[in-house]
Design a protein around this ligand. Sequence first.
Ligand code: TRP
Length: 460
Amino acid sequence: MLSNQAGDGKRTSLHGHWSSKMAFILAVTGSAVGLGNIWKFPYVAGENGGGAFVLVYLACVIAIGMPVMMSEILIGRRGRRNPVATTELLGQEEGSSRNWRYLGMLGVTAGILILSYYSVIAGWTLSYIVKSATGTFVGISNIEVVADHEAFKANTGLVSMVHTLFMVITTFVVARGVERGLEQAVRFMVPALLLMMLALLGYSISSGYFGAGVEFLFTPDFSKLGWDGVLEAMGQAFFTLSIGMGAIMAYGAYLPEETSITGASATVVAADTGIAILAGLVIFPLVFANGLQPDAGPGLVFQTLPMAFGQMSGGAFFSTLFFVLLSFAAWTSAIGLMEPAVAWLVESYNRTRAQAAVIIGALIWLIGFGSVFSWNIWKDNTFFQGTVFDNLDFLTNQIMLPVGGFFIAVFAGWVMCRNSTADELGGTGTAYTLWRFGARVIAPICILIVLYFAISQVVA
Ligand code: TRP
């Protein structure tokens, strides 16, 4: 039996609470800022021609990202349980249906699938720490850096090993629990990463190609962007903000009553978007300065940055530091990806946190081999969108997260009564009105339109 039944209407979480508002903001920022900002954003923007993609992405962050993030936090805090139990409980409490639990389950599943490939890329970053430290990139040429990256991805044994290592450390932190594990890991990572990116920005400005980078990122050419690109931009907005899968809902469950959800969301959205744009401003000037390709795909940062570091004095040191920070960023995100599944297993099957973390971690680790092999032994086994990695990426970011986000917005906007949401958002002022319009109308309609046009294009 759960010990946090609604008595006076205010529940507490079984997993403990964040020690302060700052801790919550750090944790959510830590989950949001990750490979999505530094690895993914530049390469999807690069593959989709730059400016127009970036504009659509920014529009999605504001029009869909903000209201969905606020909805997730408020649902989470009201239910104070794992996403499955919370959606089930609130569905009933708000006079709708217990079947809203399937929304929670969709999220738990998405988290597991995303982490399965996320861990593989995070494993790459671990390897790049060692490569940097041992001087692999000192004075490397653009042809060599690309060849080195290709050879690295093709090394099944090595990539399997680093994927395993990454899952072990992630499972370890999740097993330690909310205050002890999650909070400590994020406290210094975000500020350190920001400083490092700013230093790199200085370098990219001095490369002589800063203008070309800015032009690529901010000059919209809509002839380069089809509906599939628009869907990818929307998927990227969901992915980078960690929304649409109940992760932020799970974090919201540990949020103290008095914290402002609007303020916390705005801070996180601004920090996350800022870091993604910063990454773009670092990477594209380097792409153009070194004759690399903006549409190099998932290998993009693993080619541009080592190349740039290889030309700096002290580059091996800074390169090592950079990949250490990126691994940290990936790690704090990975924790968030695992949290919904682990919290669900703990509450539903009476497991200890450690047992649940090991079970879920092992499952994710196994599925991850589909992505490990996507660049080597299964490289040519392509179907639908491409390799196993390509398909998981498409299914999660472009289908599951938007669908999850749609139902989260509809749930908070239409199913929950005005009193409940106003209670969580601290009254019915302007911010509340804007949020409610966003959650009821703008976010659901935009998501439907993009999904409709993109899917009819894929099917046609
Ligand atoms: N936002 C993370 C990143 O940009 C990835 C991510 C997606 C995530 N969904 C999440 C992280 C849920 C934590 C929880 O790298």
